[in-house]
Design a protein around this ligand. Structure first.
Ligand SMILES: [Zn+2]
Length: 303
């Protein structure tokens, strides 16, 4: 049976139809009516029905969203960019499509995509970490998503940034209401804010990386702080979960230097005589959201 994965973002809704081996059959992308909940549900229904008509086949449907479905209430929570919070999204989309629909956090979909047929495929426990406009994460064990009792497993982005090696860590405030969340140091906007904090001209993450490569001391110092903070925050994940691989996604995962720098710094923060955890780049890039949503209906194991 074919699968359709839907990635519901703040500005776009993307859908991908795949066969049982993950081969791509069709892809569609529309602007998201993110201000209007009823229109979001209707837009997803239209995308799925349109693709099924095009392909002449009924599909299993999985959806990746910001936030998560609360196990306590069945309602959406923690979504920062859409009108989903407090809504019975799973029930509404299932009713609109006339079938069971699976819904998961978008970082969980990323981790599932990379664990199923991406950069984490040969590892038992995969930690997928998103470094983008936000910081998220997901855990896959033996090919299955581990969502946790509160549906927040892997959400390291709202842990407090460790400050053992940086006693003058600047104070930050997160949209979640807490101070010093990991996300407020390791997202793209956070990297830009950190660079500007010392009085430098405001630059985006890409420009800061380019400047650091050219040898500009301020940008090099900003990136050194970023690498150290990333290693330190990932070490907390390693100390608790000890995953077999860490797969990075999101816009900042395109920084080539990050893999060597952070892998070299990580052992200094981990409570172990050795730490050989590989930190690798994702394989599916921007497609991991839709692919992981499709794999919410797991493939027959090839291994
Ligand atoms: Zn937070």
């Amino acid at each position: 049976m074919i699968r359709i994965g839907v990635d519901l973002g703040g500005t776009k809704i993307e859908a991908l139809a795949v066969d049982a081996q993950g081969g791509e059959l069709a892809r569609r992308r529309i602007a998201s009516p993110s201000h209007d909940y009823a229109l979001i549900v209707e837009a997803i229904r239209g995308l799925v029905i349109g693709m099924e008509t095009e392909l002449g086949e009924r599909a299993r449907v999985g959806i990746g969203t910001p936030g998560a479905v609360s196990p306590a209430s069945g309602l959406m929570k923690n979504a920062n960019s859409t009108q989903l919070n407090g809504r019975p999204f799973v029930a509404d989309v299932s009713r609109a499509l006339g079938r069971e629909v699976r819904v998961e956090n978008d970082a969980n979909c990323f981790a599932l995509s990379e664990a199923t047929d991406g950069a984490g495929v040969d590892h038992r426990m995969v930690f997928g970490a998103i470094l983008g406009t936000g910081v998220g994460g997901g855990i896959v064990l033996d090919g299955r998503l581990w969502t946790g009792a509160n549906a927040i497993a892997g959400e390291w982005g709202h842990d407090e940034m460790p400050s053992r090696t940086e006693l003058d860590l600047p104070d930050t405030h997160c949209y979640c209401g807490r101070r010093r969340c990991v996300e407020t140091y390791l997202s793209g906007p956070a990297l830009a804010a950190d660079h500007a904090r010392g009085g430098a001209a405001p630059l985006g993450a890409r420009a800061i990386v380019a400047l650091a490569r050219s040898g500009e001391p301020g940008a090099k110092a900003t990136m050194a702080r970023f690498y150290n903070r990333l290693a330190s925050a990932l070490a907390s994940v390693v100390n608790v979960l000890d995953p077999d691989v860490i797969v990075l996604g999101g816009g900042l995962s395109n920084i080539d230097e990050l893999y060597g720098e952070v892998a070299a710094l990580l052992p200094g923060h981990v409570f172990s005589d050795r730490c050989t955890t590989p930190i690798v780049r994702n394989r599916h890039g921007d497609s991991s959201g839709v692919r992981g949503a499709a794999w919410l209906w797991p493939p027959a194991r090839q291994r």
